[in-house]
Design a protein. Structure first.
Lengths: 133, 133
């Protein structure tokens, strides 16, 4: 990731929604696997750029969420992309520990639609109780 | 994509937001490229499954949006995934024409953060005026 100091301009060029948020998709840089989708506000985007690792805004907890702060499963930022409408971010990251999901799986998108409904297809790499002990 | 008839259960298992929507990420099945992010409501998800191609809900136009209806750049559904919280969908698709973006680029995520701000890095494959003529 090129070192870029966050500045007002590049933050202002994002089309923040009425709540001051945009969706941020995390994709594993090496494999191309889509890991998760979370939300960012202006501050979390600035911190993500400044710190070189994913910092989201937790809507449920109403606070900044440094991904990996309790699990160690930090996402190192390799590239940051913005879409045509400016209202969605795509983070290309190195996923430390190879686990993005709080269920202990590589990706949060572990359920696939099959004949009998949504079925989990990714293995649990690490027991969540061990991740968050 | 396995043929699945949409039913109340699998639609109900999605955690729709207060507006009855969820983000839907489209990823190119073959390359792993993240193409775009749009929104779905219950009806568009059901139609996506029934028709085997991406049908979104256009928030700006307030109506169903069969991706490719005017451009021909249809997204054939190969696999549909749901995340751990049930509030984000991931579509693995074949992108007809190799163009997902209304700007004529392969992906909507064509701007990359560089030292001098958000810079376009993907070529325009086809002039939008020719796409939507």
């Amino acid at each position: 990731m090129t070192q870029v100091s966050a500045n007002t301009d590049l933050i202002a060029q994002v089309s923040w929604d009425a709540d001051g948020l945009v969706p941020a998709i995390a994709q594993e840089f090496q494999s191309g696997r889509v890991l998760m989708m979370a939300w960012m506000n202006r501050e979390s985007l600035q911190l993500t750029i400044d710190e070189g690792q994913a910092v989201y805004w937790s809507r449920s907890r109403g606070k900044l969420w440094r991904k990996g702060e309790s699990s160690g499963h930090v996402q190192r930022l390799r590239e940051l992309r913005l879409d045509c409408d400016g209202d969605t971010l795509l983070l290309l990251v190195e996923q430390l520990g190879g686990i993005a999901c709080h269920t202990g799986r590589a990706s949060c998108f572990y359920r696939v639609l099959q004949d009998d409904g949504w079925q989990p297809v990714l293995p649990i790499i690490k027991d969540p109780e061990q991740i968050y002990e």
